[in-house]
Design a protein around this ligand. Structure first.
Ligand code: TYD
Length: 198
């Protein structure tokens, strides 16, 4: 799973990793949250472009999207032996709703674990970036979460780093200011160890 704040280059790295895995003969499913399904796209547009919702409603909507995404896309893909590379997963909820919205990281993570029937990724890559730099890199109109304060985005960043520090075996934290090709090489190296491919 690729995680990180907004505008850190997750989708570029997702595409490069997908291609790298395909070249090694794997079936690859590239997906994202929120979205990735028809219902997910509806939830995505409500969450990112709709009106104000309170923090608990927001957390439940992300968890709903995740439950449906795992049930309809992720588990079926894993069951047929495919590699799933997702742009965001449950750590985003722990960081955005748990840490930044201050609902509690453990509680929000538990909600996602219930929603996904405890499906955890083999590896989570955190593309770490100072939110001030991220704002400068962002293109297009900001969505509802991107419009949150710098402090909010600092709490998001700290949340991701806390999750990674608690379980270093399942996380790879990379400095997102590095050259995209260098980042890809680091990601491919770690994924290669995991899947036993050079
Ligand atoms: P998206 O455009 O997919 O990400 P990015 O801006 O990184 O390209 O936007 C998804 C937004 O939703 C992003 O601001 C993070 C937020 N989000 C949560 O708050 N909780 C979640 O559980 C997920 C999956 C995303």
């Amino acid at each position: 799973m690729l995680e990180g704040g907004d505008g850190v280059g997750k989708s570029t790295q997702r595409a490069l990793l997908g291609q790298w895995l395909e070249e090694r003969g794997y079936e690859v499913v590239l997906t994202r949250e929120p979205g990735g399904t028809e219902l997910g796209d509806l939830l995505r547009s409500a969450l990112l472009h709709g009106g104000h919702v309170d923090a608990r409603t927001e957390a439940l909507l992300f968890a709903t999207d995740r439950a449906h995404h795992v049930h309809t896309v992720v588990r079926p893909a894993l069951e047929r032996g495919a590699m799933v590379v997702s742009d965001r997963y449950l750590d985003s909820s722990a960081a955005y709703q748990g840490a930044a919205r201050e609902l509690g990281m453990d509680e929000v993570r538990d909600l996602s674990l219930w929603a996904t029937n405890h499906l955890l990724p083999d590896l989570t890559i955190v593309l770490d970036l100072d939110p001030e730099v991220a704002v400068a890199r962002r293109e297009g109109a900001p969505d509802r979460l991107e419009r949150e304060s710098l402090d909010f985005h600092r709490r998001v960043r700290a949340g991701f780093l806390l999750l990674a520090a608690a379980d270093p075996a399942r996380y790879l934290v990379l400095d997102a200011t590095r050259d995209p090709r260098e980042l890809h090489a680091a990601i491919a190296g770690r994924v290669g160890e995991l899947v036993g491919a050079p």
